[in-house]
Design a binder for this molecule. Sequence first.
Ligand SMILES: *Cc1c(COP(=O)(O)O)cnc(C)c1O
Length: 442
Amino acid sequence: MSLASRDQHVLWHPYTQMQTAPLPIPVVRGEGAWLVAEDGTRYLDAIASWWVNLHGHAHPHIARRVSEQLHTLAHVLFAGFTHPAAVELAEGLLRILPANQQRVFYSDNGATAIEVALKMAFQYFHNLGQLERRTVVAFRDSYHGDTFGAMSVSARSTFTAPFAPLLFEVQFIDVPVPGCEAAALAQLDAVLAAHDVAAFIFEPLVLGTAGMVMYEPAALDALIHRCRAHGALTIADEVMTGFGRTGRLFAADFLQEQPDIICLSKGLTGGTMALGATTCTAPIYEAFLSDDRTRTFFHGHSYTANPVACTAGLASLELLLTPESAADRARVAECHAVFVRELQGQAGIAQVRQRGTILAVEFQVAEGTSYFSRLRDEFYALGLERGVLLRPLGNIVYVLPPYCITNDELQVVYDTLRAMRELVLRPATASVLAGLPEFPHD
Ligand SMILES: *Cc1c(COP(=O)(O)O)cnc(C)c1O
């Protein structure tokens, strides 16, 4: 039996309708920006394997460091004990994060980094005796993860519908995309006036799952400023935007107003293993210091600060901070910018957006623009046929590559996007799409 068939007998994949999904592609190796399948087919990983990979697959530097760590100390509990990798990674992160970030709390992934941030914010006010501060504000189209707290502060959608009654109430405001800044600010003002807001959580500058929706730093500065004036905490979910994605090390580096709490994961280990981190300011940390043990932050995971994951984080950070990596990020951004200029105003293109190494092309289609649309499946298949892994969000196709991707490889990706535009322009497409029912695919 093939690996894919054996998989089908025992596994259950994320975001996958197992009845209708095609067989999974068995990947046996990765190198640079490429994934190599069992049958030798090579796929250019234009989405960094769900936004995690920074320096390329199976990077030898990370591999060597992780291997050494595995031979030295694979794990130790993190209450009452510490180890070099946890300390060095925390020091390294605080060195490059906004200056107000003073403490690092480790967890296991993006969703847990969010849970930690929310619990930190709630208990901060609890410890201060401000028990009435319970409201969280979030962007209407946000995505912060799949655990219950993270789902609660994320967009209400098909994905969260089965759990809707179990999610805590959140005040949603619009994303301040260009032209809508004043409306979003007015909505926030109304919420701040009517509720005791504990925290405002947001994806800074780029909302990933919403379709790489982008907005300007000044708009976020205004929102953070308002929250601060009302004594509410601000939580930047940099799980996707962190570690150079946006052209600077963190999206917060574009801001004048710094968030109180920052959530990190995805690129934290360069895309090699799961690790989350939540960082906070000194005042937040200090609100948990007390002779009274009930003020302790009672949160942890068995693998908190796992030495192997922390070492992967350190090795990735070392690569990220080399001049070569900075040059790669600038080069990818420049290639994107040239392609953006080519596409702008072309037939079949509704909008092209870019922030640093993230490019999003929104195709013009009359109907069926949701995640479940048929076009999404056609785009996905077209990419794979050309050996390019792209995972469209409905009619939005984004490119978010490992920074090591070469200019020639980027051209292969752009050629695929050009072919997608041809597909959209095909006279048959629009009418076919208009008549199609939406169906959940994955
Ligand atoms: C992916 C993502 C998360 C969730 O991270 P997981 O590691 O998948 O739990 C949270 N926030 C943002 C912005 C993300 O992109």
